[in-house]
Design a protein around this ligand. Structure first.
Ligand SMILES: C[S@@+](CC[C@H](N)C(=O)[O-])C[C@H]1O[C@@H](n2cnc3c(N)ncnc32)[C@H](O)[C@@H]1O
Length: 302
């Protein structure tokens, strides 16, 4: 039996899980209400993805979880644009959208996002290194995926000091630079740039930056790990925990319209946020429901 991961107070929040096409998000999420939307849609891989329903079985021979084949790149981008436009409407003035893709379509999808949000709303991108092997005979093997970040307004939530966005300073840096101690006993260093002094505390760690190598996909994709559901392309909880804590606050509404196995919803509940998740697939909704139930997370389903 799994242990509930959320405390009593979180169980009272209004969480919702809906079987729906992402383009219908507006029927269960009020316009302007979501502080964060994470989108992990089909990447245009041009294959169907099978699921592993029992430990030891093979995904390739399991039931189809979802299809990722398209008649053309243009058809894929038109499909994506319609859904991104709906997601933008759901965002609050301080809300952001993270769009997770890979080299197959991220270049063109960024142009789509520029069109929907305005190019000046692009807030950067994360290069996520899942840690899988990769090989190619024609160029560098692709060992990363890209997550684009767009904001609805000019002052999005960005919790730069959240521990999830920090890493410890290197021991040499601590020894060499953090030689001062303040009245509260905290080690720090001051850096003077121009005529301004910036103070850095050792216990806050350094900002992670945009290349994330410490959230291995293996955590979500091997039957040996507790968080693995057997759903294909499941993302690791650590990745979603970081995204949730970076761009939402306690009580924020977090939306995932392509929720798959429900990773974002579990991460949101664990961080004391509310969630609205949806997926068009039967297996995705069944997998997410069992995962939420096993974690003791309450929600309404429609
Ligand atoms: C890459 S998977 C998401 C995996 C998820 N992030 C996780 O951690 O398990 C993409 C999902 O998009 C869903 N999907 C495909 N077309 C959709 C649509 N039009 N509306 C909503 N969901 C859709 C698929 O069923 C699939 O579960």
């Amino acid at each position: 039996m799994s242990t509930p991961i959320v405390a009593e107070a979180h169980l009272r929040s209004e969480n919702v899980l809906v079987q729906a096409d992402a383009k219908d998000l507006g029927s269960f999420v009020a316009a302007g209400s979501a502080d964060l939307a994470y989108l992990d849609p089909p990447f245009k891989v041009e294959k169907s993805f099978g699921a592993r329903l029992t430990k030891g079985s093979s995904r390739a021979r399991g039931p189809i979880a979802y299809d990722d084949t398209w008649t053309s790149l243009e058809a894929y981008l038109a499909w994506l644009e319609e859904r991104i436009a709906v997601v933008r409407e759901a965002l609050s003035p301080r809300g952001t959208m993270w769009l997770h893709l890979d080299q197959r379509a991220v270049h063109e999808a960024k142009i789509v996002c520029d069109r929907v949000f305005g190019a000046k709303r692009f807030r950067g991108e994360v290069v996520w290194v899942p840690g899988n092997g990769s090989k190619s005979k024609t160029g560098p093997g692709m060992s990363h995926q890209t997550i684009l970040l767009y904001a609805r307004g000019s002052e999005p939530i960005w919790n730069a000091k959240a521990p999830a966005l920090r890493a410890p300073f290197a021991a040499t840096s601590l020894d060499m630079h953090f030689t001062n101690v303040d009245d509260d006993g905290r080690r720090y260093r001051d850096r003077v740039v121009g005529n301004k002094t910036y103070r850095y505390y050792a216990d806050e760690g350094r900002a992670l930056g945009s290349v994330w190598t410490d959230c291995p996909s293996m955590a979500a994709n091997t039957p040996l790990r507790a968080e693995t559901t057997g759903y294909p392309t499941q993302k690791p909880l650590k990745l979603l925990d970081r995204i949730v804590r970076a761009t939402s606050d306690v009580g924020s509404l977090v939306v995932d319209p392509f929720c798959g196995s429900g990773t974002t919803l579990v991460a949101a509940a664990a961080a004391d946020r509310r969630f609205a998740g949806s997926d068009v697939g039967d297996l995705a909704i069944r997998t997410t429901s069992s995962r939420l139930d096993a974690s003791g997370i309450t929600y309404r389903s429609r």
